[in-house]
Design a binder for this molecule. Structure first.
Ligand SMILES: *Cc1c(COP(=O)(O)O)cnc(C)c1O
Length: 404
């Protein structure tokens, strides 16, 4: 069992006030808060070992390079990648997806098909649309049912030998639905398609095993898993990363440069042009250590309790509808109240110190499916409590009375 008060003490921002009220932070789906160890590690890097990596023979450069590469190996073990050179540092999920989509421009032919799901974040839709424009490939969309679950029989009938890549999130940011990605990957492989999993919402809640999933790519951001902003990981199977061309040209990604011809560096450096977010990459490793110390089993238990409590309490409010009632769901509740705009509720609860997200959550196609402008989304982390949920429910009730 987690000692929640002890955990909360790890996060200095949780004792701050917002609008004169103690902060209740339920916007974890947008970004998580950071524990003191992460904040300290960032400062320690700049105070003690700041230097550019992979470049100098001097001691500091060696120390920074070692710390960066140790973090890469930590992330390799965390996601169970076979090799550390399959683990690329990126600036986040968006960067990772664009890197892959850009690489596929050299592989796709007109008429080839890309499958995305209806549950995707814009950052897992737009890069593929851009790729279609560039190559003449066609984007196909896996539909969802009323519960917000992907319809697997429809997915099966969309798959064919024309399908070159399937891209789907592990957990939906808008609804919290957990997708059956392992099963979907096997079905895609059966027709010879590659699979990218957008793990941005999964990594705060679970430890993905990329070899067990057998995905070809797995992208995620550091900032949603207690790490710094501007950090992320793209996992890619070695054979795919060798096949794809580099995304950006510059320093660090080359073997040899002449004006006639440049040869590229080996993995992972081929995809890591320029000076990266060195401090961020190192500290992402600290964040992963922190989460593993808390333990994903404990995290899941606590978040399941919070989800059940929030669902039950919110449904006490008349006229409140929850979107996404999938059997497999992460600790996200997306809801509306009849006849009230989500923005108005969000603004009132904010005055009471409660941070929820309102709007389309970068997933407009889902909102269109439910014919709504947006939702109020409360996304919980292991450091949240039932008492905070009760306070939110009271605030939403108050807002409902004020607005109706
Ligand atoms: C947040 C999020 C992204 C984008 O992540 P960035 O950190 O903004 O690059 C992509 N997909 C999902 C499912 C997300 O939740």
């Amino acid at each position: 069992m987690l000692d929640i008060q002890k955990i909360r003490a790890d996060f200095p921002i949780l004792s701050e006030k917002v609008n004169g009220k103690p902060l209740i932070y339920f916007d974890n789906g947008a970004t998580s808060q950071k524990p003191q160890v992460v904040i300290d590690a960032e400062a320690k890097y700049y105070q003690e070992i700041n230097a550019n990596i992979h470049r100098g023979v001097h001691t500091l450069s060696q120390l920074a390079t070692d710390a960066y590469e140790i973090s890469r190996v930590k992330l390799q073990h965390h996601i169970n990648a076979k090799f550390s050179h399959e683990v690329l540092f990126t600036s986040g999920t968006t960067h990772g997806i664009n890197l892959v989509a850009n690489g596929f421009a050299s592989i796709l032919k007109p008429g080839d098909e890309i499958l995305v799901s209806s549950l995707e974040h814009h950052s897992n839709i737009v890069p593929w649309q851009m790729l279609c424009e560039k190559t003449g490939a066609v984007l196909k969309v896996i539909p969802i049912n009323e519960e917000g679950e992907l319809i697997i029989s429809e997915y099966e009938s969309l798959l064919s030998e024309k399908t070159k890549i399937v891209t789907v999130n592990h957990i939906s940011n808008a609804l919290g639905v957990i997708n059956p990605v392992k099963e979907m990957i096997a079905k895609a492989h059966a027709v010879g398609a590659a699979v990218l999993i957008d793990g941005a919402q999964a990594v705060p809640h679970l430890k993905p095993d990329v070899q067990d999933l057998d995905c070809d790519f797995y992208a995620f951001s550091g900032h949603k898993m207690c790490g710094p902003t501007g950090t992320g990981i793209l996992y890619g199977k070695e054979e795919w990363l060798n096949k794809l061309p580099p995304y950006q040209g510059g320093g660090e990604m080359i073997k040899e440069v002449t004006f006639e011809k440049t040869t590229y560096a080996d993995l992972p450096h081929k995809f890591e042009a320029g000076t990266p977010n060195i401090a961020g990459g190192i500290v992402l490793g600290t964040a992963v250590d922190y989460l593993n110390e808390v333990g994903f089993g404990n995290i899941q238990l606590q978040e399941k309790k919070l989800l059940e409590h929030a669902t039950k309490r919110l449904l006490e409010i008349e006229g409140l509808r929850i979107y996404g009632n999938a059997k497999n769901k992460a600790s996200v509740v997306s809801f509306n109240i009849d006849g009230i705009h989500p923005y108005d509720i969000g603004s009132i609860v904010d005055k009471l110190g409660i941070a929820v997200r309102t709007g389309h959550h970068c997933a407009q196609p889902i909102m269109n499916f439910f014919c709504i402008p947006g939702t109020i989304r409360a996304s919980f982390s292991f450091y949240n409590t039932k008492e905070e949920i009760d306070a939110m429910v009271e605030a939403v009730k108050k807002a409902k009375i004020m607005l109706s």
